[in-house]
Design a protein around this ligand. Structure first.
Ligand SMILES: [Zn+2]
Length: 68
């Protein structure tokens, strides 16, 4: 994968936003609306659920931060 190769070559850590684009299970690139499904949770905790359409792995990401 091109991005990974570049990051390994230059020994830099990928920005968080870019790392989010890879499935944690199958390590493939997931693009919202194309190879992944993103849903916003309806509970009091603000979170999004990302479903990888390659391996159907679902993981949640909490997007809200509490201020106290
Ligand atoms: Zn996957």
């Amino acid at each position: 994968m091109l991005i990974r190769r570049i990051s390994m070559r230059y020994r830099i850590r990928l920005p968080y936003e870019i790392r989010q684009l890879f499935c944690k299970r199958c390590k493939r690139l997931i693009i919202p609306g194309l190879t992944s499904r993103v849903r916003i949770g309806r509970s009091s905790i603000r979170a999004i659920r990302i479903t990888c359409l390659h391996c159907n792995h679902v993981y949640r990401k909490i997007i809200a931060r509490e201020h106290k």
